[in-house]
Write a protein that binds this ligand. Structure first.
Ligand code: ZN
Ligand code: FE
Length: 267
């Protein structure tokens, strides 16, 4: 069923998203970091708020939930079951494989611990906005050319999460939680200095940012080609990790990801 997806910049560099059922004008909001921009976007779109889809408990993603629910008490707040006490007003507790819906638009929950233990993504198999490509809302798990810091999980968890997300169809649009893509590509170029895909993407992103445009969404294909965390099993990334930490087991992509992630934390 057709969904209209509207990025809503929040706070300094966060993105919330409206997922609007075109048939009913009912909307879910993904990760409302603050209420004001979300209310303004709902009014612009003539959409009625029906659900909050939280990807994880961090305040920059759910800081707007309480005010939105005060204003729209009938709206359901979706969160991973382990985040019941950490996502404000969480009422619909979900786990991997569950389905959530707004109007006629259905999304599948993918549990991807790593950044936090209760991190989830929302995958719409056919967003139907012209070319039937799917859409996935990844919060702080998969970013444009990067991934979230490992605050609660392990490198193995993050590796598994990124592997699942990038196993979605190549045309799937990736709607991530922060505008970090330009900085992430500077790091990607340090990991894979000879990568034409990284260089070409960095040029595209620099042009978009110079025009004041968002870099969300990317696609699964782009992340496979130029995201060093997704590419932890590639010989170039393994070699970069071994140059940083000669003892790392290059045959273990989770260990390689751990080295790359620790490098990025100080980059
Ligand atoms: Zn976060
Ligand atoms: Fe965040």
């Amino acid at each position: 069923m057709p969904a209209r997806i509207v990025p809503v910049p929040c706070l300094k560099d966060n993105y919330a998203y409206l997922v609007i059922c075109e048939a009913s004008r009912r909307a879910a909001v993904v990760d409302p970091g603050e209420p004001g921009p979300v209310e303004a976007a709902l009014a612009r779109e003539s959409a009625t708020l029906a659900a909050v889809w939280a990807t994880h408990h961090h305040p920059d993603h759910v800081g707007g939930v309480a005010a939105l629910i005060d204003a729209h008490p009938e709206v359901e707040v979706v969160a991973h079951r382990s985040d019941e006490a950490r996502v404000p007003r969480a009422g619909r507790l979900v786990d991997d494989g569950d389905e959530v819906a707004v109007g006629e638009v259905r999304a599948r929950v993918i549990h991807n611990p790593g950044h936090t233990l209760g991190g989830i993504s929302y995958w719409i198999e056919e967003a139907g906005d012209g070319d039937d490509a799917g859409a996935v809302f990844t919060g702080d798990t998969l970013f444009g050319a990067g991934c979230g810091r490992l605050f609660e999980g392990t490198p193995a968890m993050m590796h598994a999460a990124l592997a699942r997300l990038t196993a979605l169809p190549a045309t799937t649009r990736v709607y991530f939680g922060h505008e970090y893509t330009a900085a992430n590509l500077r790091f990607a170029a340090a990991v894979e200095p000879d990568s034409a895909a990284v260089a070409a993407r960095a040029a595209r992103v620099a042009e978009a940012r110079a025009r004041g445009e968002a870099t969300t969404p990317s696609t699964v294909a782009e992340e496979r080609a130029s995201n060093p965390f997704v590419r932890a099993g590639e010989p170039t990334v393994i070699a970069a990790a071994r140059a940083r930490e000669p003892g790392v087991d290059g045959a273990d992509p989770a260990a390689v990801l751990g080295v790359i992630r620790a490098w990025k934390d100080r980059f």
